[in-house]
Design a protein around this ligand. Structure first.
Ligand code: SAJ
Length: 418
């Protein structure tokens, strides 16, 4: 098959390369000329475990371009960000991808939407644009929504091994797509209708967001009762039907903080879901309050943020709660210095570790990068003005930091009073 993949981002590029490495002719289409040039020179625009090896394997069947051309299959994997003012999906990239496809659409083609969208989008927005070709969806060409479900940091493994849900405008559409994804998907593939597939993707992430909000709220309550939430969660999770998530400084990334809004944007319900969003979005405020308690009485405090990636061991800072934390801290007169060994692009300067801790009064762990576990508190302590650490992820060896003279506070640990 000749497959055109529109959007060569975190999802589109690995997907394109997986299809290419399983023998299909793949054309990667992106409006970013620099990215297209890089790829054609054999360079990757971002890092992801296993991506280099996959690129090597797929190269002979893959090329990148800025223009759509005739194909058997068109796969759309463009971003669908949240418009923060209206809390509704910004679907302009899906629209423009569809506009680029329809002049090249032929009878018997398959169009796949992988981007995450609010329920009803494929039918109400995508298909009408594709039908400007004069062809009818479900009769002349096939359409499916096949949401991606891979987690950054394990994208390639999960693309191959996770189960997939494919919603088709007709059962034939879904079956066509299933046979195609079988080229590399080893997980189960379940077929349904378009809107159900859209809905399923959104409720997976909503489930996670609401559960994280629950433990974030419980972390605050535990502190009031003098309970250590981390110990309590571990014990509660011994119950066979309980799986409490982990509290933290908030929720980031391009999905979990966004998808719940997509679920409720066209509904008159959703109070629990929006409340969960509020709880998670305001966790940076809570962390700052705790840091302020630790530094009470100190003039011109300087703090060091460890980690601005939205989660551990990735270089991705999209929607990171670190940004809100830093802004709020700056607004309160704090000087904030930032260290993240993975992130390359960020709104604030990224310093090396030594520079970031020099003269600092408190380290605030925002991201659970594993490498932070191996930091040397003795060495770091010597560079700091005051030895305080606030661990919002519960990842440090707290006894070690205490032995190095640090005052240590952990989010949700009510057993440790200041
Ligand atoms: N987080 C917590 N506590 C937890 C788990 C996560 O605070 O117990 C935070 C993380 O630190 C991070 C955020 O939540 O800031 C989201 O991280 P994540 O690892 O839960 O998820 P994502 O956004 O990287 O990927 C999710 C995945 N969805 C589910 O697990 C249901 C992935 O499978 C999806 O493909 C992806 O969203 C997506 O693209 O939709």
């Amino acid at each position: 098959m000749k497959i055109s993949v529109l959007g060569l981002g975190y999802i589109g590029l690995p997907t394109a390369l997986l299809f290419a490495s399983s023998g299909h002719e793949v054309v990667g289409v992106d409006i970013n000329e620099k990215k297209v040039r890089l790829l054609n020179e054999g360079k990757l625009p971002f890092q992801e475990p296993g991506l280099e090896e996959l690129f090597e394997k797929a190269k002979s069947n893959f090329r990148a371009t800025t223009q759509v051309e005739e194909s058997d299959v068109f796969l759309i994997a463009v971003p669908t960000p949240l418009d923060n003012h209206t809390k509704a999906a910004d679907l302009r990239h899906v629209k423009s991808a569809a506009e680029m496809i329809y002049p090249h659409l032929r009878k018997g083609n398959l169009v796949i939407l992988e981007s995450t969208v609010p329920p009803g989008t494929t039918e109400k927005l995508l298909i009408p644009i594709l039908e400007k070709s004069g062809l009818n969806a479900g009769e002349d060409f096939y359409v499916v929504h096949c949401p991606e479900r891979a987690i950054p940091g394990r994208t390639i493994y999960e693309m191959v091994h996770n189960d997939r849900v494919i919603g088709g405008i007709t059962p034939e559409s879904a079956e066509f797509a299933r046979d195609l994804y079988r080229s590399f998907v080893k997980g189960n593939i379940y077929l349904t209708d378009l809107t159900t597939a859209e809905f399923v993707k959104l409720i997976e992430n909503t489930y996670r967001d609401v559960n994280i909000a629950l433990v974030n709220e419980l972390a605050k309550i535990a502190e009031e009762y003098g309970v250590n939430i981390w110990e309590a969660i571990e014990l509660a999770n011994k119950h066979p039907r309980v799986n409490l998530h982990k509290p933290g400084p908030g929720v980031g990334g391009h999905c979990i903080a966004i998808d719940p809004w997509f679920v409720i944007q066209g509904s008159s319900n959703g109070r629990l879901i929006s409340l969960a969003r509020y709880i998670n979005d305001t966790m940076p405020n809570y962390v700052l309050r705790k840091v302020k308690e630790m530094l009470r009485g100190l003039k011109f405090p300087t703090i060091t943020v460890l980690g601005v990636a939205y989660k551990g061991n990735v270089d991705d800072a999209r929607e990171t709660p670190a940004l809100r934390f830093i802004r709020l801290a700056e607004n309160e007169g704090f000087e904030v210095k930032v260290y993240d060994p993975y992130v390359k692009e960020f709104d604030y300067p990224l310093l090396d570790l030594e520079e970031a801790v020099k003269g600092s009064d408190c380290i605030v762990v925002i991201t659970d990068h594993d490498v932070f576990k191996f930091l040397d508190p003795e060495k770091i302590g010597k560079l700091m003005r005051n030895r305080c650490v606030f661990d919002a992820r519960n990842i440090l060896d707290h006894e070690k930091w205490k032995r190095a003279g640090f005052k240590v506070k952990v989010l949700g640990n009510g057993k440790e009073t200041l």
